[in-house]
Design a protein around this ligand. Structure first.
Ligand code: FES
Length: 137
């Protein structure tokens, strides 16, 4: 199994958790010096601190959407999925404000129970079907 397939499998396996899952890409581009002027370590620490037990946080290898680095995927809890929530892919998450917005949204319930802050519309993107299927199916 390739590193990419393992990363996507890790994301898929989180679907059974009872809370939203925040998948933080840290691959060949996300979380590296290729994305300058971002304290990548602090970004992850801030998510962990802000979310505590409100969400599962997973760090995965490249999600094959490097042009959007840093990529974060917010997956609904099972209840959130039943309420219509679907995974939301966020790209260019490269400043502290958007990281805080993501954390606040997830803490409020994430996809399904809570509407995302409007500003996150600017960061949302749709990866290719091939990439999406690895996570959403
Ligand atoms: S390193 Fe994050 S999408 Fe490739």
């Amino acid at each position: 199994m390739s590193r990419r397939a393992r990363a996507q499998a890790a994301v898929s396996s989180s679907a059974g958790a009872g809370r939203p899952t925040v998948t933080v890409c840290r691959g060949c581009c996300c979380g590296t010096a290729k994305i300058p002027r971002v304290d990548h370590t602090a970004q992850l620490a801030e998510l962990r601190t802000a979310l505590g037990d409100s969400a599962s946080i997973r760090v995965v290898d490249c999600l094959d959407a490097c042009e959007q680095a840093n990529v974060i995927v917010v997956q609904p809890s099972p209840a959130g999925r039943r309420a219509g929530g679907r995974p939301v892919w966020l790209g260019l998450v490269n400043d502290r404000d958007v990281t805080a917005d993501i954390a606040a949204w997830v803490e409020a319930g994430g996809p399904g129970p809570a509407d995302p802050p409007g500003i996150l519309d600017l960061y949302a993107f749709q990866p290719s079907r091939r990439v999406r299927q690895g996570i959403e199916d």
